[in-house]
Design a protein around this ligand. Structure first.
Ligand code: 5GP
Ligand code: MG
Ligand code: MG
Length: 180
């Protein structure tokens, strides 16, 4: 698996430092609340489980799964709800945890859903942001890294469901795509 990587963008150490910085800030900002932290599956799973360890506050967690990619490397534009939350979000302070924001469509879909369900507040923490990819307006409140418009894998992010278990974020060799 490591042999398929052309270059490492963010090392384990870079990611740990970003989690510490974001987690500390989030704990400060939410110290007087009990947020519901929502992990957007599957990509944000590693990031969420790391960032919450740096948050010394009372918090609950839940999971939601939406899909927009259907296997490839380009967004299809249609969002499907694959797994709903278990928790009633009405009146709750929500922290959405995302792996990466590209076109913004996923985030907009989730924010609309949470607003419809009467969340009290909604904030977004993303490991990575690709501002150059925006198609709809969407903004993260907490960002680990601003990334160039490249397709990245690792630390939760997949290509055809693989590479999520790489401990760092990197870019695949071109032949990995052309081989399939
Ligand atoms: P958006 O709806 O903002 O276009 O994309 C959001 C989702 O698309 C992300 O949560 C992620 O699952 C996927 N995505 C966007 N950019 C990348 C990328 O560079 N690599 C991978 N593996 N997934 C991406
Ligand atoms: Mg995602
Ligand atoms: Mg994906």
């Amino acid at each position: 698996m490591n042999n398929d990587i052309e270059k490492v963008l963010y090392s384990e150490e870079d990611i740990a430092a970003a989690c510490k910085r974001l987690g500390t800030q989030l704990a400060e900002d939410y110290h007087d609340k009990t947020p519901l932290i929502i992990c957007v599956l599957k990509g944000a799973i590693l990031f969420m489980t790391d960032v919450i360890r740096d948050m010394d506050i009372y918090a609950e967690i839940d999971f939601i799964d939406v899909s927009s990619y259907h296997g490839g490397t380009a967004s299809t534009g249609t969002i499907t709800l694959l797994k709903d939350l278990d928790t009633d979000v009405a009146g709750r302070d929500i922290l959405l945890v995302e792996d990466i924001i590209d076109t913004g469509r996923t985030l907009k879909y989730l924010e609309d859903l949470l607003r419809d369900r009467k969340a009290n507040s909604i904030k977004v923490c993303t490991l990575m942001d690709k501002p150059s990819g925006r198609v709809v307006e969407a903004k993260a409140d907490y960002v680990g890294f601003n990334v160039p418009s490249e397709f990245v894998v690792g630390y939760g992010l997949d290509y055809e469901e693989k590479y999520r278990n790489l401990p760092y974020v990197g870019v695949l060799k071109p032949e990995v795509y052309s081989d399939k």
